[in-house]
Design a protein around this ligand. Structure first.
Ligand SMILES: [Zn+2]
Length: 96
């Protein structure tokens, strides 16, 4: 486990800056609400909830103990999803 790398004092500083420590990313990440996450990727709330449920998106608590989405997991997930879509499109166009 590497989660002990940040001291409590550092964690508080991160939260004040609008960041939070994500143990799964092992770094400071931006937090987004489920709504913001859905809007920024043109998807619906249901999609985001499902992905969070599956663990594809990391859930973190902000300083008001509200569940938020790890910004890094969101970007990483949608990047890989888009790459897969592009790949399959590429394969289809090659075989056409
Ligand atoms: Zn994360």
């Amino acid at each position: 486990m590497t989660a002990g790398r940040f001291t409590n004092k550092q964690r508080i500083k991160l939260r004040l800056a609008g960041l939070a420590f994500c143990p799964r990313c092992d770094k400071a990440v931006e937090l987004l609400t489920f709504d913001e996450a859905a809007r920024s990727f043109n998807t619906d709330l249901q999609d985001i909830l499902l992905l969070a449920e599956n663990g594809d998106l990391h859930r973190l608590y902000n300083r008001r103990a509200k569940v938020m989405i790890c910004g890094k997991s969101l970007v990483d997930f949608f990047e890989s999803r888009r790459t897969r879509l592009l790949d399959s499109h590429f394969v289809n166009s090659m075989s056409a």
